[in-house]
Design a protein around this ligand. Structure first.
Ligand code: SF4
Length: 293
């Protein structure tokens, strides 16, 4: 995990992040945009008091429809030290959140691990790793013992589609290997007596309009892991950022598309969370002006 020659994510830019940055857009100083109790994650994460989310600036994936594009791609955020991040974790914990959720953390991992070294034994709540799924297994291995719950997206199956929307033709091969490594580390999902998740993996998949067959291929490829993960099927797609420039991505998901994918979920027998079409509204997305850090 050498930020002088960064290979943290599958881009493996080998950028000297003390002198500049790679594809993720970030140098060697930790930056975050928001931290607050998030009430709209999966019920086993948000519970009644919220997930303690910390949104990190930058992203190694760069999706053209990203709902968080101001943070992930336009650099919104401010510099913090690992010690300040540890304080943020502890302040969130003091507000009663059910977990600490690291949102898009991969490109800052060495610094986040420093913060967890300073705080994890005092947190007393699970640490959640929320990522776009584009991860190197070698990097994930360094997280063993730090992370209790993994929350990866699995976004695409087709190399053509992942190349077009996220400049990552090798997306699925990395994401699939990453999910297997995450399951190896955490084991099967485990909840407490109140239904709050303590450990395990939730795979998120947001169905993209015009690409329901890609969703079906993802689900079939993930079917051997059916009993090892929870599935969170998301229908909230909204054409944010540059999506309107792409034919087929410039609209919401149709009910027909959603129901066809749901049929495959039920046929395979995944358990988890199936977001109703009625919640696919713009208000569902986090409000970044709500609270500062
Ligand atoms: S984390 Fe950033 S600099 Fe490092 S390999 Fe990935 S995109 Fe490149």
């Amino acid at each position: 995990m050498d930020l002088h020659c960064c290979t943290l994510c599958p881009r493996m830019c080998r950028a000297d992040r003390y002198a500049g940055h790679g594809f993720c857009g970030e140098g060697a100083v930790l930056r975050a945009a928001k931290a607050y109790p998030h009430m709209w994650e999966e019920p086993c994460l948000s519970g009644t008091r919220g997930a303690g989310t910390v949104f990190f600036t930058g992203c190694s994936l760069g999706c053209i429809y990203c709902q968080n594009f101001r943070i992930s791609q336009e650099g919104e955020g401010r510099e913090i030290t690992p010690s300040q991040l540890a304080d943020i974790f502890l302040r969130l914990r003091d507000r009663g959140v059910h977990n600490i959720e690291l949102v898009t953390p991969t490109h800052f991992l060495p610094l986040i691990l420093d913060a967890l070294d300073m705080s994890k034994d005092r947190l007393g709540i699970p640490v959640v790793y929320n990522s776009g799924g584009y991860e190197r297994t070698e990097t994930l291995r360094a997280l063993e013992g730090y992370i209790d719950i993994y929350l990866p997206d699995v976004k695409y199956f087709s190399p053509d589609i992942s190349a077009m929307y996220s400049s990552a033709p090798d997306y699925f091969e990395y994401a699939f290997a990453a999910v297997k490594e995450m399951v190896r580390q955490t084991g099967r999902p485990r909840m407490d007596e109140d239904g709050i998740m303590q450990s395990g993996v939730i795979v998120r998949h947001m169905i993209i309009p015009s690409h329901r067959r890609d969703s079906e291929q993802i689900l079939r490829a993930l079917s051997p892991l059916r009993d090892d993960v929870l599935l969170s099927l998301m229908s909230q797609y909204t054409p944010f950022y540059r999506a309107k420039e792409y034919h087929g991505l410039d609209r919401r998901l149709s009910t027909y598309e959603y129901e066809k994918v749901l049929e495959v979920v039920n046929e395979i027998g995944f358990e988890g969370y199936m977001q109703e079409r009625s919640s696919a509204r713009e208000e569902y997305t986090p409000d970044f002006d709500m609270e500062g850090i």
